[in-house]
Design a protein around this ligand. Structure first.
Ligand code: OGA
Ligand code: MN
Length: 216
């Protein structure tokens, strides 16, 4: 079935309005917020999967740097993360990967981005944590092109719960902070190498998946 779908896609390219909006957003603004990228049911499934793993204690304190260069620094970030391996995806994670891969295929077909690698991790920010202003690229690795953050919070998430993502964008030489609330189902996509950002102080446990789309 999947093969048939792929063949069909090759034969007849079908424009996807959501993906086109994402592409225009990134080109024009360096970021885009896709509302309801995941529906309520998908968010609930992914949230349950995350919480189960968190309760099993599979998460570790997040580090600054990449796998080869990890330094734990609580003064910079206080979240707990669990890397997700696509090959080990469970039921909920498969839905997640299908959607992300469909977007990646589209981006590669239409934008010549050459996304070859992906990295994913769950993140839990307990109350009182944050992630100070940073750029998602490392000194020894500049392959991260696009950062995607998918929020898995409860449906009744309120702005007062904190944990806003603030993206610092330059507009006509002036820095303009963009405040983005981590509402469930939302996916924020931004240029990893261009936009500094931070996660403000969290007042109620905040759940997400972060992905990076990378070139070779
Ligand atoms: C990150 C990050 C933002 C967010 O994990 O690098 O900046 O909103 N996350 O969770
Ligand atoms: Mn980041």
């Amino acid at each position: 079935m999947e093969d048939a779908v792929e063949l069909f896609e090759q034969l007849e390219f079908k424009e996807n309005p959501l993906y086109e909006k994402i592409i225009s957003g990134i080109i024009e603004d360096q970021y885009y917020i896709a509302e309801d990228f995941f529906n309520a049911e998908e968010v609930a499934l992914l949230r349950d999967t995350l919480l189960k793993k968190y309760e099993e204690d599979a998460f570790k304190k997040a580090a600054i740097g990449n796998h080869f260069n990890e330094v734990i620094q609580k003064s910079v970030r206080g979240d707990f993360i669990l890397w997700i391996n696509e090959a080990d995806a469970g039921e909920a994670e498969k839905i997640f990967f299908n959607k992300i891969n469909s977007l990646v295929t589209y981006l590669n077909k239409t934008c010549f981005l050459g996304i070859l690698h992906k990295e994913f991790h769950y993140a839990v920010y307990p109350e009182g944590t944050f992630y100070k202003r940073h750029l998602d690229t490392f000194q020894n690795d500049d392959r991260r092109k696009l950062s995607l953050v998918c929020y898995l919070n409860d449906e009744d998430w309120q702005p007062e719960n904190g944990g806003e993502l603030v993206i610092y964008k330059e507009e006509n030489g002036v820095e303009v902070p963009k405040t983005i609330y981590p509402f469930p189902g939302r996916v924020v996509i931004f240029e990893s190498q261009l936009l500094e950002h931070e996660v403000k102080l969290v007042k109620t446990t905040r759940l997400s998946i972060t992905d990076w789309l990378k070139t070779r």
